[in-house]
Design a protein around this ligand. Structure first.
Ligand code: AMP
Ligand code: GLY
Length: 425
């Protein structure tokens, strides 16, 4: 089979490496890909948002399956567009992708179908929202832009001043462009966070291994929110009992709700959960594989990812096995100086071999370019260093051993990936 993976980050690299293990894969293309990805797939210089070019390429090459990985093309209907041209896709339609692209859509869905989540109010007018905040007694308050905002559209405001500033920034000052024209103000929840990436064909849902993201830039969960600075899997907070509660109260009700609303979800549905004193609640849905969770979860998948994706296309997920190894994994992200704010690119990366790899770890490239046989930085998150081992502690140690061997001007990484999980286990 000829596969086209759409996207350019560490998540896409991990998906490609998992698909490559399938004996039925003949060729994998990645559009647009990155320097490191070119060692495992054929890069195609088409922007992930360019539907017309993507469809033309897929038709000309006779692509058997296109995997649409990032949120933006999914939200803009890449799947609908490719499928209307006869290209089978893995990923949700534009309508189903609303579960991520509109927080208000997601909150209304959860409210209507009694899926546990933080209490909320939606607003499209700053004055009304600020008036509401004035009467709000409980702080912090959580202010969220309705639309996509690179994982940065959530503000946790400790007091009225900060909360009303966040409202003004979003609705009046358009800090997140049209994504912040509407907002959600929600109740602040506490508890360990758990990510569960679930495979679903719209009827059957099979959770993958649980994981834990590290969203804040700096150690001890300080600093600004990022796309994710590291992940571990499985998440020790996700006990068998919690897993069962999630299945009964959250996962199954969500796919049933999507079907009832006429937008059955097909692909990978990501549940961002918080294990509150009142049980697990949904913090957010993503309509896709998470980044960097995928770089921690897929290395532990023992069954054939292509077979699973094909079964989802045929609405026969119930017939295939989704099995994970009993090992543990860790992924440490090495980033550019300045990220998640402005950063420079083009720095030479030392420590990698000619395939962009390093002994003792699997390196997933997130933001690299390959120029004259040399890897250079080309993004904020540059590399994800993934390891697997018999214990979480060992996986973390191996990942840091490798991380310290990689250098480029201004390179940095969090030093405490998995620390919270170790304390929990
Ligand atoms: P999101 O982009 O929705 O995942 O939010 C980013 C981060 O903000 C989450 O991973 C949580 O740590 C935090 N967060 C979001 N919503 C809430 C909430 N209702 N209560 C507490 N923390 C939250
Ligand atoms: N790791 C969270 C995300 O993929 O948005």
């Amino acid at each position: 089979m000829k596969i086209l993976v759409i996207g350019r980050g560490g998540r896409e690299h991990a998906i490609i490496c998992a698909l490559k293990k399938s004996p039925r894969v003949e060729k994998i293309y990645c559009a647009p890909g990155n320097g490191g990805i070119s060692c495992d797939a054929i890069n195609v210089p088409i922007d992930e948002m360019d539907k017309e070019k993507m469809r033309r390429f897929a038709k000309n090459e006779g692509i058997d399956l296109a995997v649409v990985a990032p949120d933006n093309p999914l939200a803009e209907g890449m799947v609908d567009f490719l499928e209307s041209g006869g290209i089978p896709c893995f990923g949700p339609t534009k309508k189903a992708a609303q579960i991520e692209s509109s927080k208000i859509f997601a909150k209304k869905l959860m409210e209507k179908y009694n899926i546990p989540t933080a209490a909320y109010q939606a607003f499209d007018d700053a004055k009304t929202a600020i008036e509401y905040l004035k009467h709000q007694k409980k702080y912090p308050a959580v202010i969220k832009a309705d639309g996509l905002a690179l994982g940065k559209g959530v503000i946790i405001a400790d007091d009225f001043e900060k909360a009303s500033q966040a409202v003004s920034d979003m609705i009046l000052n358009q800090k997140f462009g049209s994504s912040g024209e509407k907002i959600v103000i929600e109740e602040f929840l506490t508890g360990p966070e758990i990510s569960v990436l679930c495979l679903t064909d719209g009827k059957t849902i099979k959770p993958m291994l649980s994981s834990m993201d590290h969203k804040r830039a700096f150690d001890s969960d300080t600093g600004p929110n990022t796309g994710g600075m590291g992940a571990i899997a499985p998440n020790p907070a996700y006990s068998a009992e919690v897993a069962q509660q999630c299945m009964e109260k959250i996962f199954i009700p969500t796919i049933k709700a999507m079907e009832s609303e006429g937008c059955a979800f097909s692909g990978c549905l990501y549940f961002g959960l918080m294990l509150t004193p009142n049980g697990p609640k949904v913090i957010e849905y993503n309509c896709r594989f998470g980044d960097p969770e995928t770089q921690a979860v897929l290395p532990l998948l023992e069954t054939d990812l292509l077979e699973i994706m094909e079964a989802i296309k045929r609405k026969r997920l119930g017939e295939v096995e989704v099995r994970f190894s009993k090992k543990h994994s860790a992924c440490v992200v090495v980033a550019s100086k300045g990220y998640p704010k402005a950063y420079s690119k083009g720095f030479l990366i030392s420590g990698l071999d000619e395939n962009g790899q390093l002994n003792g770890a699997k390196i997933y490239h997130a933001g690299t370019a390959l120029e004259n046989g040399q890897f250079k930085t080309s993004g904020g998150r540059v590399l994800g260093i993934s390891t697997t081992a018999n214990s979480l502690e060992e996986a973390i140690d191996l990942a840091y051993d490798a991380a310290y061997k990689i250098r480029f001007q201004g390179s940095w990484f969090r030093k405490d990936i998995g620390k919270k999980a170790l304390e929990f286990s």
